[in-house]
Design a protein around this ligand. Structure first.
Ligand code: 5GP
Length: 353
C-alpha cells in the first residue's frame, strides 16, 4: 500500500458526511446515546456493518445526518476529512456536501456551509491548504503537505425545484469561499430530472460547474436527458445500455469511478464486469474516486491499488491515470498548472518497479 499512498492523487467525488471517520461516527452516536437523543444499541450494528446494499447505505446516511448535523460537528468532520485525504497524499480535493436546514437548532443552508468553511480554515498547522482565491493561502513554514480544496454543493433528489434553486443561489454567494460547482445526488430511486433541471440550467448559465450522479439505477430516459444536458462530469454510470454508452463515449464527458462503492452497494455485480475496464481501454476520460470513504471503509490509495490488482495495470499506468485527472478538475488554470508540476516532480522521484 505504501506506494499507492505516496503517489499524488486527485479526488473529485467525495461526499463530506459519507467520508466521516468511523471512530468519529461511533463517538458521536455514543454521546447522543448517553444524552438519550438516540438509542445507541439500535445504531451500533448499522455503523459496524460492512457490506451494505444501496438501500441500507441511504438508511445509514439518515443516521449519520442525525448525529452530525450541528455546526460544531460539521466543522470537525470537514477538518478531519481534509486531513485524512491529505495524509494519503491527495493533493487536490473537490469535496461535496448537501447544505442542510434545521430550524430547531438555528441552522440555515448558509450557516451549514459556513461551518464547512470554518472546518477548512481550522485544518492542522502541519498542512498547507488552498481553498479560495480571495483568501490568503494558509501556509506555515512547518507544513509537511499541501492540499487544494474546492467545494461542490449537492442538491438532494428529495428536494423541490425551489430548494434546489436555493442551493444554487447559495453556491453563487459563496464563490469567494471555494465553492465552484453543483452536484445532483441522493437516493436515485427518488425524484425526477425535470424537478432539478431548471436549477442546474441556471447554475450553469451563472458559470458554476455541474456534476451529476447518473445511471446508478436503470432509468434510460433520465440517463439520456442527463447526457443531453452535457454536464462537466458524471458520477458512477453503472446502469448504462448500448445507446447510452455510445452517447457517453461520443460526448467525452469524464466519469468519476467509485469501485468499492459500486460493488458494496451492488450497483455492479462483480469487479470483473466493472465498466472501468471498458472505459479505460477506450481511453474515455475517467477518474478514480472514493465516494464515501467512511461508509465504505476505503480510501483513495486503496481504490488505486484495487484497480491495479483487478485490471492488471502497472504503477506507471495508474500514475498516468491520476495525473490525467488534473484535466477534469473544476479549479482554474493556475491550480491545474501547479498540480501538473506536483505530478511531474513526484514522477521524477517515484520508483515504478
Ligand atoms: P452529505 O451531502 O450529507 O455531506 O453526504 C451524504 C449525502 O451524499 C447522502 O445523504 C446522499 O444524499 C449523497 N450520497 C452519498 N453517497 C451517494 C451515492 O453513492 N449515491 C448517491 N446518489 N448519493 C450519495
Amino acid at each position: 500500500m505504501d506506494w499507492w499512498v505516496s503517489m499524488p492523487k486527485v479526488e473529485l467525488h467525495a461526499h463530506l458526511n459519507g467520508s466521516i471517520r468511523n471512530s468519529t461516527l461511533l463517538e458521536l452516536a455514543r454521546d447522543m446515546g448517553e444524552k438519550g437523543t438516540i438509542v445507541f444499541s439500535d445504531f451500533e450494528h448499522v455503523i459496524k456493518k460492512n457490506d451494505r446494499s444501496l438501500r441500507e447505505v441511504f438508511k445509514l446516511f439518515d443516521l449519520i445526518h442525525i448525529v452530525t448535523t450541528d455546526h460544531k460537528t460539521i466543522t470537525r468532520i470537514t477538518k478531519e476529512v481534509v486531513e485524512d485525504f491529505a495524509a494519503e497524499n491527495v493533493v487536490y480535493l473537490e469535496l461535496r456536501t448537501t447544505p442542510k436546514r434545521n430550524d430547531s437548532i438555528g441552522m440555515s443552508k448558509r450557516s451549514y456551509m459556513e461551518a464547512v468553511v470554518e472546518g477548512l480554515r481550522s485544518v492542522s498547522s502541519s498542512l498547507d491548504i488552498n481553498f479560495a482565491c480571495d483568501y490568503p493561502e494558509k501556509s506555515s513554514a512547518t507544513a509537511e503537505k499541501k492540499i487544494y480544496v474546492r467545494l461542490l454543493l449537492s442538491i438532494d433528489r428529495r428536494e423541490s425545484t425551489a430548494a434546489a434553486m436555493e442551493t444554487v443561489n447559495l453556491a453563487l454567494e459563496m464563490r469567494d469561499m471555494g465553492v465552484i460547482g453543483i452536484d445532483l445526488s441522493g437516493n436515485p430511486t427518488i425524484g425526477e430530472w425535470a424537478t432539478f433541471f431548471p436549477a442546474l440550467k441556471f447554475a450553469r448559465e451563472q458559470g458554476l460547474h455541474i456534476t451529476l450522479h447518473c445511471g446508478e439505477v436503470p432509468n434510460p430516459v433520465e440517463i439520456q436527458a442527463m447526457l443531453h444536458f452535457l454536464p462537466g462530469r458524471i458520477g458512477h454510470a453503472c446502469c448504462f445500455q448500448d445507446e447510452e454508452w455510445k452517447k457517453l463515449k461520443s460526448s467525452k464527458i469524464p466519469v468519476e469511478i467509485c469501485l468499492t462503492s459500486n460493488i458494496q452497494t451492488e450497483t455492479i455485480s462483480s469487479m470483473d464486469v466493472h465498466h472501468f475496464a471498458e472505459l479505460y481501454k477506450a481511453k474515455h476520460p475517467i477518474v478514480l474516486c472514493t465516494d464515501d470513504s467512511g461508509v465504505f471503509s476505503t480510501n483513495l490509495s486503496n481504490e488505486y491499488a484495487l484497480a491495479a490488482n483487478t485490471f492488471g495495470l502497472g504503477k506507471a499506468e495508474l500514475f498516468e491515470l491520476a495525473k490525467r485527472a488534473v484535466n477534469f478538475i473544476y479549479a482554474g488554470n493556475r491550480v491545474k498548472m501547479e498540480l501538473i508540476e506536483v505530478f511531474e516532480s513526484a514522477g521524477r522521484t517515484l520508483e515504478y518497479n
